[in-house]
Design a protein around this ligand. Structure first.
Ligand SMILES: [Zn+2]
Length: 220
C-alpha cells in the first residue's frame, strides 16, 4: 500500500511538472496550444515525422481497429516521397499538420530559412496546423507563423525515440480530456508507439473519445 501510494505520488508529480512546463512555454508563446478545450471529452493523439511505409500503415490499422482519430504532423519531404500514404491518412478521417519540410531546429535556423522550409512543406500538406520540430521556435518565427497557423505543441510527449523508453512500464495515468499526446510515426519508433497506443486505447477508450485536431479552421 505504502509502495502504491508512493508510485501514485510520483506519477502525479511528473504530470504536474509536465503541466507546469507547458504553462511556462505558454507564457513565451501565448497563442500556441498545449491542450484543446476539454468540453468535448476528447483526447488528441498526434504522430510526428511521418509518413513512412514501415510505420504509417501499422498506426492507421491500429487506429481503425479502435475507431480512434488522430493528427499526423507530417514532414513535407516524406509526403513528397510517399504521397499515397498521405492520402490514406486523409481518407481514413485523420487530420494532418505541417511539421516543416526537413525538420530544422528553429533555434539554429534563421527566420527566413525556417519560414521557407515551412512554406515548402505547405506545398504538399494542406492544413492550418503547424508543430515546430523539437518544439523549438524563436519569438520571431513564432510571430510570423501564428498569423497563418494554429501552433500545436503538446500536453505530454512520450519519448518513444529514446532507447530506455519502455511502453510496457510507462505510466500513462493522468490523461485528461483536452490533452494533446505526442508519439512518432517512424520505422525506429513505431513498435513502441504502437504498443503504447494500444495500451492507452485499451485502458481509456471507455472514458474518452480520441479525436483529430481540426485542421481547416483557426482555433484562436
Ligand atoms: Zn518531429
Amino acid at each position: 500500500m505504502q509502495h502504491k501510494e508512493e508510485t501514485l505520488n510520483r506519477v502525479t508529480l511528473r504530470t504536474s511538472i509536465a503541466r507546469k512546463g507547458a504553462t511556462l512555454a505558454g507564457q513565451l508563446f501565448p497563442g500556441a496550444r498545449f491542450t484543446m478545450p476539454p468540453d468535448d471529452g476528447a483526447v488528441y493523439l498526434t504522430f510526428d515525422d511521418g509518413p513512412h511505409p514501415e510505420s504509417t500503415p501499422r498506426l492507421l490499422e491500429l487506429l481503425a481497429k479502435h475507431e480512434a482519430k488522430a493528427t499526423f504532423f507530417c514532414l513535407g519531404q516524406n509526403v513528397e516521397k510517399y504521397p499515397g500514404l498521405y492520402e490514406q491518412i486523409i481518407a481514413a478521417g485523420h487530420s494532418t499538420g505541417n511539421h516543416s519540410w526537413s525538420h530544422p531546429n528553429g533555434w539554429r535556423t534563421t527566420t527566413r530559412n525556417y519560414l521557407a522550409d515551412v512554406d515548402r512543406a505547405a506545398g504538399v500538406i494542406d492544413t492550418n496546423l503547424f508543430r515546430p520540430p523539437y518544439g523549438r521556435l524563436t519569438p520571431g518565427q513564432y510571430q510570423k507563423l501564428k498569423k497563418r497557423y494554429n501552433i500545436i505543441m503538446w500536453t505530454r510527449l512520450f519519448p518513444d525515440y529514446h532507447p530506455g523508453f519502455n511502453p510496457a512500464t510507462t505510466n500513462h495515468a493522468g490523461i485528461r480530456p483536452g490533452d494533446i499526446l505526442v508519439m512518432h510515426d517512424t520505422p525506429g519508433t513505431v513498435d513502441k508507439a504502437h504498443m503504447l497506443t494500444e495500451k492507452i486505447q485499451n485502458t481509456t477508450r471507455q472514458q474518452y473519445v480520441f479525436s483529430e485536431i481540426p485542421s481547416f479552421q483557426m482555433l484562436q
